[in-house]
Design a protein around this ligand. Structure first.
Ligand code: DIG
Ligand code: MN
Ligand code: MN
Length: 391
């Protein structure tokens, strides 16, 4: 039954074909659901109110498809996307399933594998652009090691950089309207994956020939697997102007990559993430890189997809309530008034020898400043009561 949490295309929710199409295989069990026809996924997502779909090259075009098969598949896919009123904002390459990538793709020790990974990625970029993608994600699922006895981690970074620089030049040379988004992950399927967090990726991007073309696709589960605060990671990406895309899902810290339904494990962190995205004016797709529990049949998959989108809309409404709640905003206003009452010398105006000397001479009431309580318990309890539906 439609209600105020029924998604609209204007909410910009997207799903990867591999998400709703996940057949439930895991390291200890066979698939539990039939392989989903990508055209069926497109139609169903359109019916659910999604804005778009994304794909890895081989989610759509089999690894060994002939050029003729490839063209037919793409033609039919583009028609289904158009019929469903969807778009394809993002595409990416599968550089992790085929055995050739067993020791990596861009960072593989074998130079011929690195070259093949570039060839496959150029073709996949062409495919993504042909379907309308303007963001291209790089998740280095196999870019890592189980033992560091052979490949130097210094070489790995150099290999990664030469691949990204080459592909940036390819996109520039082709005249494509495309930005790259690196997706960090700390481990799995490799024992350790290079560029494991948002911080590592930001540092790496700064070393590229065209850093302006490359940003981030942070994933909730991946920073959480690393024991990090995903809201902080996204905040740093936003502040750096590098939040080019985002993978929404959920995760229990310290576990394998669970890719749970958004908001299903950490509702407070999910709320604070949605509040950050909405307050910051992020206008990119709200992309779900998540999958239904292995226990589910196809109906359960669509319940999962609906739940991802409904929870985002509920959290967005809660964020609006937070911003309008008189008691919450009263505490914030009082805190901010006191926090900004200092009028002495500071770093906010930049450095000068005069300001440095004035700062040296500044007197501070250490006792009063040390004794000041922050009222965060009161404020956080109000957030919890908002989320628990008692405000
Ligand atoms: C897994 O978290 C990765 C791959 O599914 C894909 O390359 C990327 C795009 O969201 N996420
Ligand atoms: Mn994941
Ligand atoms: Mn992802």
């Amino acid at each position: 039954m439609p209600d105020q949490y029924t998604p609209q295309k204007s909410d910009k929710f997207t799903f990867g074909l591999w998400t709703v199409g996940n057949a439930g295989r895991d390291p200890f069990g066979d698939p539990v659901r039939p392989v989903m026809d990508p055209l069926h996924a497109v139609r169903k997502l359109g019916e659910l109110g999604a804005y778009g779909v994304n794909f890895h090259d081989n989610d759509l075009v089999p690894f060994d498809a002939t050029p003729q098969e490839r063209d037919r598949i793409v033609r039919e896919f583009k028609q289904a996307v158009a019929d469903a009123g969807l778009v394809v904002p993002m595409a990416t390459t599968n550089l992790f399933t085929h055995p050739i990538f067993r020791d990596g793709a861009f960072t593989a020790s074998d130079a011929s594998v690195r070259a093949f990974a570039l060839q496959k990625t150029m073709r996949a970029i062409d495919l993504g652009v042909e379907c309308g993608a303007t963001t291209y994600v790089f998740w280095g699922g196999r870019e890592g090691t189980e033992t560091d006895a052979y490949r130097s981690p210094v070489d790995a970074v150099k290999y990664f950089r030469e691949a990204m620089n080459f592909l940036c030049e390819y996109v520039r040379n082709q005249g494509y309207d495309l930005r790259f988004a690196i997706e960090p992950k700390p481990n799995e399927p490799r024992g350790d994956i290079y560029l494991p967090t948002v911080g590592h990726a930001l540092a790496f991007i700064a070393t590229l020939d065209h850093p302006e073309m490359v940003g981030l696709n942070p994933e909730f589960a991946h920073e959480t697997m690393a024991g990090l605060n995903f809201v902080h990671a996204v905040g740093q990406a936003i502040e750096a102007g590098k939040l080019f895309h985002i993978d929404l899902n959920d995760q229990v810290p310290g576990r394998y990559d669970q890719d749970f339904r958004f908001g299903s494990e950490n509702p407070k962190r999910a709320f604070l993430l949605v509040k950050l995205l909405e307050d910051s004016g992020f206008d990119g797709p709200r992309h779900y890189d998540a999958k239904a529990y292995r226990t589910e049949d196809e109906e359960g998959v669509w319940a999962f997809a609906r739940g991802c989108m409904r929870s985002y809309l509920i959290f967005r409404e809660k964020a609006q309530q937070f911003n309008q709640d008189p008691e919450i905003q009263g505490i914030i206003s009082e805190l901010r008034a006191q926090d900004t009452s200092y009028e002495g010398p500071s770093a906010s105006e930049g450095y000068s020898s005069e300001s440095a000397q004035a700062l040296r001479d500044q007197q501070f009431d250490i006792g009063a400043l040390s004794a000041r309580g922050r009222r965060y318990e009161e404020l956080d309890q109000l957030v919890m009561e908002l989320l628990l539906g008692v405000r």
